[in-house]
Design a protein around this ligand. Structure first.
Ligand code: DX5
Ligand code: ZN
Length: 243
């Protein structure tokens, strides 16, 4: 299994102090930043666009000087940057936004399978712009839809949602979890080397099953930013996945 990557979601950060929150969480041991982009169409919430990502990129490039070891090991980060931006696009027509997010400084462009009629075309655009490709599925989407994309298009990451996308801080849904776990298990059995990301409701008390199923990229928003000791939360997530 590829290296364990802990990816705090800045959706739970204080947006008035976004740069310092991001720097803080990286200094606490985060491996990359998970950036949730929502358009109020694909999901019933509205977050940030490329201009905020661009400002964040500028700030982090001048404030963070060390690339976390697991990111180095993973080979995901190819530019001369130190901080990897894992952008999760919960938007319709993702293909028309690739160029702007590339210019803004995102490293991986992860779109939702459900958000486009032409996932292959979208992947090709992302690759043309030299970004890593992620494809996300909502809890109800069958994981099989990803198999041809993984096998024929060479995507870099599969994201299995463990809550309905749209909001941070949702409690872990018991009915989503077994399904998501099966999805992750099916992916891991088939693709031992694939980066498999899970997102939604994850924290030290809920990480066990996702880790056991084989997820190696762990998104955590409220569990990390809401903690009195975020560093210890990041450490304990990593320990469970590594075990
Ligand atoms: C939800 C987002 C998540 C969210 C996770 O739609 O994709 O990344 O920020 O937040 P928590 O970890 O609080 O569920
Ligand atoms: Zn997300």
């Amino acid at each position: 299994q590829p290296p364990t990557i802990i990816a705090p979601s800045i959706l739970s950060a204080d947006f008035a102090n976004l740069a310092s929150e991001a720097i803080k969480i990286l200094n606490y041991g985060a491996d990359m930043l998970h950036i949730d982009i929502m358009d109020a169409h694909f999901v019933p919430n509205l977050t940030i666009g490329p201009c905020v990502v661009a400002s964040l990129r500028k700030s982090l490039d001048s404030n963070i000087s060390i690339t976390p070891p697991s990111i180095k090991k993973s080979g995901l980060l190819k530019d001369s940057r130190t901080t990897f931006f894992d952008c999760h696009l919960m938007i319709e027509n993702p293909q028309i936004w690739v160029e702007q997010f590339k210019l803004a400084g995102c490293d991986l462009f992860c779109f939702h399978y459900e958000a486009t009629d032409d996932p292959v075309g979208c992947i090709k655009i992302i690759q043309k712009y030299g970004l890593k490709v992620g494809v996300a599925i909502k809890p109800a989407t069958q994981v099989d839809v990803l198999f041809p994309l993984i096998e024929n298009e060479g995507i870099d990451m599969a994201l299995v949602m463990t809550v309905e996308p749209g909001f941070g801080g949702q409690s872990f849904k018991a009915e989503c979890l077994p399904k998501s776990d099966l999805q992750v298990t099916a992916l891991r059995e088939r693709y031992p080397q694939l980066d498999i990301e899970v997102d939604g409701g994850l924290g030290p008390t809920t990480i066990g099953l996702a880790a056991e199923a084989g997820a190696n990229v762990i998104v955590a928003g409220s569990a990390v930013f809401g903690a009195s000791d975020p560093a210890s939360v990041i450490r304990s997530l990593r320990e469970v996945v590594d075990a």
